[in-house]
Design a protein around this ligand. Sequence first.
Ligand SMILES: Cc1cc2nc3c(=O)[nH]c(=O)nc-3n(C[C@H](O)[C@H](O)[C@H](O)COP(=O)(O)O)c2cc1C
Length: 325
Amino acid sequence: MNDFQKKFIGKIALAPMEDVSEPPFRLICKRLGADIVYTEFISAEGLIRDAVKARNKLFFYEEERPLSIQIFGGRDEALIEAAQISESVNPDFIDINCGCWVKDVALRGAGAGLLKDLPKMKQIAENVVKNVKLPVTLKTRLGWDKDSIVIIDVAKMLEEIGIQALTVHCRLRSQGNKGDADWSWVKRIKDAGVKMPVILNGNIKSPEDVKFVFENYECDAVMIGQAAITNPWIFNQSKYFLKNGALPDEPSIEEKVDVCIEHLRLAVELKGEKLGVREFRKHYSGYLRNIKDVNKLRLELMGFDTFEPIKEKLEKFKEEQLALI
Ligand SMILES: Cc1cc2nc3c(=O)[nH]c(=O)nc-3n(C[C@H](O)[C@H](O)[C@H](O)COP(=O)(O)O)c2cc1C
C-alpha cells in the first residue's frame, strides 16, 4: 500500500448521505471521532452546469480533513470535468458513487446502475483517475441483485486501473439502504488478492459491530451511515470499545444538549435561519435518544422556525435535568 492507502487502516469513516452529511453534521461527527468524512454525492451534471445547488455542496470546513468530495453521474466527460472542479477546492481525495440505488440515478446509468455496465464503470473510473492529480476512490455495492453479485470482479478491475480504495456497501441495489448486509464479501475480496484498502459499510449499528467486522472480515476501515444519525458519538464509542473491550459511559444530557445546539448553530450559520432550522428537524431524535420523557420536548422543538427559542428551550431542559441529579 502507498502512503495515501495506509491512511485508511483502522479508521472509522462517516458515510456520504444526501441531505445529512452536510458540513455541520460532518464537523460534529469529526469532533466526535470520525476519522474520514465524505460530502453527500454531488451531481456531475449539476457541477458542470454551474448549478448553485451542486456548487454549494463543495463547501467544507478545514477542520473536517481528511475529507472526500463524492461525485456521481453516468457520462465520463461529465465525471472528468466534475472531478476537476472538485479538485479545484482541494479536498483530500475524490470518491465516485457507483452505489446509489434510487430510480432517478440508478435507472439512468449512474450510481448502482453502473453495476449493470462494468465496462462503463471502468471507463468512468479510469478517465477520472487519469485526469485528476488527487487520489480517486470509489463506493459501490455487492451487485444489482442476488443473482448478479459482481463485487470481486469489480474490486480487481478497479484496483488495476488505479482506484486507490474501495468502499463496499455490503448490500444489493435491490435492498436500498435497509436490511441485512453481508459483510463476508469484504474478506472474500481480500482473499481474491485485492491489495487496496477496502472500507466495509452497511448495517453497522454499534461499537460491537465495528469491533466484530475489524476482527472477522479483514476490512481496512469501517464506514457508518444511519447509525451516526441516531448516535453521532458512535465513532468515539467504537474507538473506546476497540481499545478497552467495554463501552464508555453514555454521553451526559448536558453534552447531548450542548452538541445539539452547536450543530444547529452551525446549520443556521451555513444555511440561514429558516432553512437551517427546518432541515435540522431530522436530528432531534438522535440527540434526545435515551433520555426519558422527551417526546413533548421534541414536538415543541419541531414547531419552532428560529434558533433562539430552540436554544432557550434546550437550555432550560438541560437545567431541569441537571437539577434532578
Ligand atoms: C439518507 C441517506 C442518504 C444517502 N446518500 C448517499 C450519498 O449521497 N452517497 C452515497 O454513496 N451513499 C449514500 N447513502 C448510502 C450510505 O452512504 C450508506 O452506504 C448506507 O446508508 C449503508 O450504510 P448504513 O447501513 O451504515 O447506513 C445514503 C444513505 C442514506 C440513509
